[in-house]
Design a binder for this molecule. Sequence first.
Ligand code: GLN
Length: 482
Amino acid sequence: MTQLSAAELNRKLASKEVSALEVAQAHFERIEAHDAKLGCFLHLDKEGALASANEAQKRLDAGEATALTGVPIVLKDNMSTIGVPTTCASKILEGYIPPFDATVVAKLKSAGATILGKTNLDEFAMGTSTENSAYQLTRNPWDTDRSPGGSSGGSAAAVSAEFAPLGLGSDTGGSIRQPASLCGIVGFKPTYGRCSRYGLIAFGSSLDQIGPFARNIEDAALLAEAITGHDPLDGTSMKTEPISTRDLKNGSLKGLKIGLAEEMFSEAINPGVREVVERAIEALAKEGVEFKKITLPSIELGVTTYYIIAPAEASSNLARFDGIRYGPRWEGSGHIDVVSKTRGQGFGHEVKGRIMIGTYALSAGYYDAYYTKAQQVRALMIREFNEAFQDTEILLAPTSPTVAFKLGELSNDPMALKLLDYCTIPANLGGMPSVSLNCGFSEGLPVGLQLTAAPLRDERLLQIAYSVERALPNATGRPPLP
Ligand code: GLN
């Protein structure tokens, strides 16, 4: 049961071959057998999940099921869940229990999905390896000495390890797509504004977007359909319909124009990764895709630009964690002492660094030199991408410059870690929908292919990704877990 996709589970649940409770129990058994080694979960909610599976069964019996009724899912622990701890993998939120559900969580509940638990991440989603969690390491199911990527490493590893067919992550600079790539699964970041951020604990509000993890494109699309749509509780939510899966399977690759930006195939990309992606390109060309070499020079400024804007927004968003309103408090003498002790003890090293950089970039005297300049580069980049989308429908690139790296290998080299976001960051700065799917293996480790489309072209992007997945039939596999 744990090997089935969400769509297959849905069919078996509908035909009464399996019950929602059996499905939930099978997944918990697998989690109990393997998660001690992998460390995907910060919090398992077995009681809540089994109760919700019972409710799901009633809906199935009454013929009132949706595509996700009784289907297990895991959530990155930066999404608010009523009555269930939500820590952002930070000590500053240890023991915090939200009094409300994030909109995506409310939507999953009303669809009848079975939420199994909350997964590990880099503290406040700041990182690329999940090693910045204040609580635990998460290991890559393909090689447990390696990182699952990050920051949504717990959800990615859990879906790869068949702990659940579906997961949610958040992507501010690549945190869905990069771990999907390193764990050999599908990760999708919708257009900025299509998925509500209400109840997602904010990191970089102009960049953050929630999206699905799955083991194939169809499942990712079904989950995207369930969680997207306009939400009046999020001021940046677009007035658009949920992402539709109606035409998902009706696409074709014949005559499709795909752009290859030379900057995405530079020396920054590991040769093994490049080779696997180039082989996929050849296979797609045989299916009739017309590739066009283009240049998008601003891509090379992406990492620098992002690492001004994201910390600037984070420094403002994280000001609310003061020991007064949420989570634990470190006592002291007077307000300033309490706040500084709480923030000093409660935040980890990476988070403090980001707050300092962000505060600096926003301070009078430096604002124009850093923050304004970064916003100008962002505008330039959006213009360049808009032009590229005039005569190519999709941009194709590697998702990550490397395959999964060893735990500890880069943790003392913050610069090297940040450069790993090179291919993923442009879609965040431009608000574009972008998906990663596995396209082969290098040194026995998964390699992700990234497809990006113009904003609001989510349906078309997923339709093309579905066809690409069909054109690369041997590109995926199962990790070597018993
Ligand atoms: N690696 C990037 C960072 O550390 C992206 C994180 C994310 O997308 N949440 O900021």
